[in-house]
Design a binder for this molecule. Structure first.
Ligand SMILES: Cc1cc2nc3c(=O)[nH]c(=O)nc-3n(C[C@H](O)[C@H](O)[C@H](O)COP(=O)(O)OP(=O)(O)OC[C@H]3O[C@@H](n4cnc5c(N)ncnc54)[C@H](O)[C@@H]3O)c2cc1C
Length: 421
């Protein structure tokens, strides 16, 4: 079958991999000059199923409103009455109850653990060049006793999912991540998640796309899709802004935060809205001072990953629309957090600053699989977890395209849940 994948972010490229494995004739289309150039470019690098959970959580509504009023808060919410944002925010608020949180978290955990296993299987099976994959786990650090208490609570929750975890005191944390020993930050403790990992999402997307090209997958870069056209009861073509018409038997939409615009004219209202975040990337100049693994600073909600000879730090959550403007205050905030934790080891004269849009669903889980159009499939709404979830969800969607039953129960992971609500 001829399949067109719309979007060459990590999700689109991974989907193309599993579709090709099934023997399909696959073409991937993207407006950028290469793969993984939008949200998949500068993310935190965390492959952290243990953290997978909804942004819609009990207490979050008050927290977002309160923090939005503070000048340097990591959270920003634009009060301008933009209809899509308001509709999304209302749905998000409805999901902030303890019951909804539990259901949504379970759904996300189901996908995330399966996904990391799929990524590991892919890496084991394929001659993929390196992408700074680090399998030594992730360390979540707590600066105050109250944060540590929440960490203990989250460790107990992870027990439910059978996730390996260990609560550490400050000295034990510095044994796991020796660079912390040089830090002046007081630490109440840490949660070590040895089964989690990290890696460079952009490098992975680029390397996997190159491998797929060798295997006959066509990549059409620099092609902006303008519309998805129906023909009778099915999708008949995709029209590009260069006037080209691309045809296939099946279409997979993996357009990140931009998917709703192309789906709406087909009568599909996808509640995906961008949550902007920022990252900095700095070269390591003293390996003893730089972290060797991914460290989540819970106090500042900033994730710091070691990506080969660089570190990446990412965070912030802004519900302010589609703008990708770079706010220098955000850069300073990220630099300040990393410098406080790791005062030596990084070259601050060569920092790359970046912003990206997390494609958030109001409840948290991604949106996978079928639509009312029999040959149109979705792989989107990955929010803060798209790198972690890329391979598993790609495999699930390829299973659905092939008419196979996916290994993961799809309850709560399809667009159906929004029609029922
Ligand atoms: C600050 C930050 C930190 C993050 N940290 C992590 C993390 O540690 N771990 C994790 O798992 N996830 C993380 N994420 C989330 C993760 O990066 C995303 O979920 C993931 O990249 C989404 O991938 P995607 O392929 O769906 O979207 P994208 O990467 O945005 O890909 C969509 C593609 O569609 C293309 N496109 C869109 N519209 C059109 C059009 N009209 N025509 C042609 N092409 C089009 C774009 O060019 C783009 O290449 C983070 C995100 C941010 C912003």
């Amino acid at each position: 079958m001829k399949v067109l994948v719309l979007g060459a972010g990590v999700v689109g490229v991974a989907t193309a991999y599993y579709l090709r494995k099934d023997g399909h004739d696959v073409t991937v289309v993207d407006r950028q000059p290469g793969p993984g150039r939008e949200t998949s470019y500068g993310n935190a690098g965390g492959l952290c199923p243990s953290f997978a959970g909804p942004w819609a959580a009990p207490g979050m509504v008050t927290k977002v409103l309160k923090q939005s009023l503070q000048r340097h808060s990591p959270i920003r919410f634009s009060p301008l009455p933009e209809p899509r944002r308001m509709a999304w925010a209302l749905q998000w608020m409805r999901n902030c109850t303890p019951e909804r949180f539990r259901v949504n978290k379970l759904r996300m955990q189901r996908v995330a653990h399966y996904s990391l296993q799929c990524l590991r299987d892919l890496v084991a099976a394929e001659p993929l060049p390196g992408f700074d994959f680090h399998e030594g786990g992730v360390l979540q650090i707590f600066r105050t006793p109250a944060e540590l208490e929440l960490g203990r609570l989250s460790a107990r929750t992870l027990e439910e999912y059978g996730v390996p975890r260990r609560i550490l005191d400050a000295a034990q944390a510095a044994e796991v991540e020796p660079a912390l020993a040089r830090s002046a930050v007081g630490m109440a403790g840490a949660l070590h998640l040895p089964a989690d990992a990290s890696g460079d999402c952009h490098k992975f997307s680029r390397n996997l796309a190159a491998l797929l090209q060798q295997r006959g997958v066509a990549f059409r870069y620099g092609v902006a899709i303008e519309s998805i056209a129906r023909e009778g009861d099915a999708i008949g073509a995709v029209r590009a802004s260069n006037g080209e018409t691309l045809r296939a038997d099946a279409y997979v939409v993996a357009l990140g935060s931009h998917a709703p615009f192309l789906l709406r004219p087909l009568g599909l209202k996808l509640p995906v809205y961008p949550l902007k975040g920022y990252s900095i990337t700095a070269p390591v100049d003293d390996p003893d001072g730089a972290p060797t693994m991914a460290v989540m600073d819970e106090h500042n909600k900033v994730m710091i990953s070691r990506l080969g000879d660089r570190i990446r730090a990412a965070g912030m959550a802004e519900l302010t629309g589609y703008g990708l403007g770079l706010d220098p205050a955000r850069r300073e905030l990220l630099v300040g957090v990393v410098r406080e934790l790791f005062p030596q080891g990084l070259d601050w004269s060569r920092v790359e600053f970046w912003a990206g849009l997390r494609p958030m669903t109001p409840d948290g889980p991604p949106i996978l699989g079928r639509t009312r159009w029999p040959n149109l499939f979705l792989n989107g709404g990955h929010g803060s977890n798209g790198w972690t979830q890329s391979c598993g969800t790609a495999r699930i969607v390829a299973d659905i395209v092939a008419g196979r039953r996916p290994a993961v129960d799809l309850d709560g992971l399809t667009a159906e849940r929004f029609h029922r609500a």
